[in-house]
Write a protein that binds this ligand. Structure first.
Ligand SMILES: [Zn+2]
Length: 186
């Protein structure tokens, strides 16, 4: 993927110079009801710091889901769903499919939107899909040390990377239980 490692980086990076003319950027209130912006002192270019969009997939295979153990920082050694940054101009669903294949070797088909996760002060917006495997073999990609199929009852909650992973999987398990109750009542 084009790295969740960049997540950390972008949150720490401070931009000093205008990407258009190289002039000095200054923090300035452009609209009173909005946060201060970085504005070029030379050409007035406004450098908007936009959110970063992450697309990921909850890939379900025979009642279990794919989790990857991260081999890189941040959150090295913790578990995540396959996913990564959406490229500019890329369809979000296509990014989820691409990242999933890159990270765990599985070709997938999106079954639907699972949820959107964002948090105050955080730059990433995580869009999680439900997906099914349609080909390939499960294996750890470049950025993982292990790929595993995990039953919802065995999710390692204390070892998950990122709040969005915990929140997406919590919701997944809750809906599973509701579905199970629904089918048991029939
Ligand atoms: Zn400039």
């Amino acid at each position: 993927m084009n790295g969740a490692s960049a997540t950390m980086m972008h949150e720490e990076v401070v931009f000093h110079f205008c990407p258009v003319c190289g002039g000095k950027l200054q923090s300035r209130v452009v609209k009173s009801e909005e946060p201060a912006r970085l504005v070029c002192s030379r050409c007035e270019f406004v450098y908007y710091l936009d959110p970063k969009v992450v697309a990921c997939s909850i890939v379900e295979i025979d009642g279990r889901i794919v989790l990857l153990k991260r081999g890189i920082e941040p959150q090295k050694g913790k578990w995540v769903m396959p996913g990564g940054y959406v490229d500019r101009g890329e369809e979000v669903r296509a990014a989820a499919v691409r990242e999933t294949e890159e990270e765990c070797g599985l070709k997938t088909r999106i079954r639907g939107l699972h949820g959107v996760y964002s948090y105050p002060g955080r730059i990433t917006v995580v869009i999680a899909y439900l997906a099914e495997a349609v080909g390939g073999d499960l294996k750890a990609g470049d950025e993982s040390v292990e790929a595993r199929l995990v039953h919802p009852a065995d999710i390692p909650w204390a070892e998950l990377a990122f709040q969005s992973t915990t929140d997406a999987l919590t919701e997944f398990c809750k809906r599973k239980k509701q579905q199970d109750r629904g089918s048991a009542g029939r």
